[in-house]
Design a protein. Structure first.
Length: 117
């Protein structure tokens, strides 16, 4: 069992940066892949980024490459999403998830990111 809590969201102007954190409890975090997803109002949830258990492999949505960076610190049971050059279209609730790349079993409750123009 893994319990996830996201933090770091908020209101930022276009062009600004935010760093989201995903704090995990449970032993399996360090052996699991972690992903970030987002859902904007009226839209389906979409993939943002993922990282394998060791942090050696990362994957990004094509549209976000170069602006977002996913990392993790297994010693602290925490994952991160660094978001730079934010745009109004990045406004969404951001969720972290843990499991395998094929199936994420555990999800956080999300953190709101709002980018003003």
């Amino acid at each position: 069992q893994v319990h996830l809590v996201e933090s770091g969201g908020g209101l930022v102007q276009a062009g600004g940066s935010l760093r989201l954190s995903c704090s995990a409890s449970g032993r399996s975090f360090s052996r699991s892949a972690m992903g970030w997803f987002r859902q904007a109002p009226g839209k389906e949830r979409e993939f943002v980024a993922a990282i394998n258990w060791r942090g050696a492999r990362t994957f990004y949505a094509d549209s976000l490459k170069g602006r977002f960076t996913i990392t993790r610190d297994n010693a602290r049971n925490t994952g991160f999403l660094q978001m730079n050059s934010l745009k109004p279209e990045d406004t969404a609730v951001y969720y972290c998830a843990v499991g395998s790349f094929d199936k994420y079993e555990y999800w956080g409750q999300g953190t709101q990111v709002t980018v003003s123009s």
